[in-house]
Structures are given as C-alpha cells and as structure tokens.
Write a new protein. Sequence first.
Length: 453
Amino acid sequence: MTANLLILPFLTTFLSGGYLGLWYVFVSLGALSALFDFGFNPTIARNVTFAWSGAVRLEKKGISSQVAPKTGSAANISLLNRLQKTCRLLYLVVSLVALALLLVVGTPYILFISPELDVLTVLLAWMIYVSALFLNLYYGYFATLLRGIGAVKRYNQILVVSRIVQLTLSVLLLSAGLGIIAPAFAYLSYGFLLRICSKAAFYRYEEIGVGLKKLDEKVSFRDSYDLFKTIWYNAWRDGLVSLSNYLSGQATVVVASVFLTLSETGIYSISVQLITAISTIAAAHFSSSQPAMQSSFACGDLRRLKEQLAVSMAFFLLIYIAMLFLLLSVGVPMLHFFGEGRQISVSVLLCLGIYYIPFKHQQLCASFIAGTNEIPYMTHFVIGSALGVVLSSVFCGLFDLGVWGLVAGQAISQLLYNCWKWPEVAYSIVDTTCISCIKEGCLSLLKPGRFRV
C-alpha cells in the first residue's frame, strides 16, 4: 500500500487520465485475484507455526493447539515437509484457475472499458500484469511459510528491497515513455524478486533445506488430501471474510469503471487507495498486538485483554484522525502540484475518510472476536458487502449520482448493521463499551511504560 502511495505522483505525471484509470482497474482486479487463495494464507501460516513448534499433528480447530506448552521439542520436519508439498500443489491449482479466469473474463472486460485507448498497448500491459499475478499467487506460499516459521523480519527485509526495485523500475520506465507498460513490468519484476528471495530464505532459515533433504520423504496424494481437509475447515471462512472486505472496498472501483469514465474511475480509485492506506497504517498497532491478545484470550486474562484492546483502538483512532488531517491539508495540495491530482474532490475524500472510521473499526472488532476461535460475523459481512455493490451500482447507474453514489452505497450497507453490531459484541467480551474502552486507551497511552501491551 505504501508503494502505491509513493509511485502515485509519478503515475499522475506520466499517465493520461484514461491510462491512469485503467491502471487502477488493473490493481483492483489484482486484489480480486489475490482472493483466489480463499483464506489459505492465514490458515497455512498458523499450521506451519504448529509444525515448526513440534506439533505431532494438525487440528481443524481448538484453542489447545494454539497454546500448547513449550517443551523444547524440535520442529516436526516431516509435518513441515507435507505442508510445503501440499501448499505447492494447492497453489498451483489455485493459480491456474485464477489465470484462466483473468484471461477469459478479464481480457474482454479490460477491452470493453478502454475503447478509446490503444489496443496493443492495453493488451501488452494487461498480459504482463496477468503474468505477474500468476507468479505472485503461485509462489506466494513461500511468504506464508516464512511467516509461519517466524522469519518475519527476514521476509520484511526482502519485501522492502523488492518494493525499492519496483519503485525504481517504475520511475525509470515511466520517464522513458513506456506509459502503462512501465508499472506493469515493474510489478512483474517485484513479484519475481520477492518470490525467488523468499524461497531461498525459507530453505536457508535454520537449515530447513538441509533437514528436508535429509528427510527424503515422499508425500502421497492421500497425505496432501488429508492436510487439505484440515486446512479447508477454517480457510473457507477466512476466505469469505476476505471476499467481503474486497467487495466493500476495491470492488467499487470495478463498479466505477462500468458507469464512469476511466479518468473519473482513476480519480475515485486514488481516493480509495489513500484512505485505505492511512487506515492500514493506523491499524498497525492493533495488528502487531493480535498475538498478545490471542494469548490473553487463551489464558482467560480478561483484564489484560481489555487493556490491550483499549490501547490498540485508541491508537488507531488518534493516528487515523491525525493522518486524515495531514492528507487533506498537505497530501492533496501536493497531488495538485503533479497535475492529475487537482481533480481530486476534497469533499469526497473527506466523506470517505469519515466513513472509514466506523468501517475499519468494525473490521478490527471482527478480528478481535476471531480470537475466540469463532467467526460469527461471516454471513453478515458477506451480505453487507454484496448489498454495498448492489446499492453502489443502483445509485451510480440508475440514479446517475456518480462518485457520490459509490460512497453512499458502501456507507449505507455497512452502517445499517455491521458497523455497530460487531463492535458491540467485541466490547461486551471484556465487559465495556466503545467510548469507555477508547477513553481508557487514551489514558493508558499517556502513562509512561504502558504503551507496550
């Protein structure tokens, strides 16, 4: 997300309104293709952690596996080997399905929304981008394996280097006049470098590659299928939640491309990307605190759990408001300087920013509830997001409300139920209310030594 923000000034400078809008349609379709893993990433990472911790077998659910006492046992290399080979087969199938759909369905759609652009340029950029998506999706399991074995720092280092390469190539190729082909090729290079380095880092981490080579164990299809059934139990639930989050955000860009011009779509997409970026940054403390909160759940330490939730929510709210203010007062004027940014509507950006406070808050509360190993919000998330797409299409297409119809469709669908229901459930777990919890969190942030949770 940060990379998209850094490259934005160059995109608005070197790409015309039509190509800028088309690029962000690419990005939205790329986000959709990422959903084809259907929740396998978090589920597999969790199971890899179990195997790395010496688990004898994997379980579909149960808090006991998550808090198994440390006995000093070595990693279960045999189980890790079966997981890795199952991942390879699983991700190959998923990637091929995604590739087929992007080519068969995505290509005609891309050509349909860009009749005024050069066909050969559009097709070349699209084919490069689709190739990048396929490689990123197929080899993405190595990133998941790295997170599962705890090599988060090493993965982040690889990620930073790969993003720097992507940004550098994007700027150089845009400056060379390659247009929309430039960011597409840079994205392909980023994915190739990230996956190759992740693969090497995984095998070198504490000599995993040596251990797997010594094991020399063949994994039968039956073994892979049994592991798949274990993984699938929770993966499909996580997948539906991911799908609903996509429909509530990036899908509106696709809706916009149907009813608005590509230039208008590009400007709307920039607004969505900016607000999404600051909400993600503001929620970073919550994300980093999730393991500690899950530990408190498992131990039944509600007092500490309440404190962790309070600090995380207060941090999110304060950082988000501060970043929204900076975006409106400094960021937008900077984008105006680079040309296309002058078309950004401050009023639309402000309304999106205000709406994303309860929307992101709802997502964080849902993640908190998931610490109980239950996902009661899944059905409601899917219904709310589907309703949002329908309302956005009706408001934008039938009533010709333009960008305002997109914003209204999202907001109404989520504010009706999800934005108040799941925060209520989350705060009731620790016997508090939203206002009381955030107030307590603000007080905790002001006290020395109480920032870390």
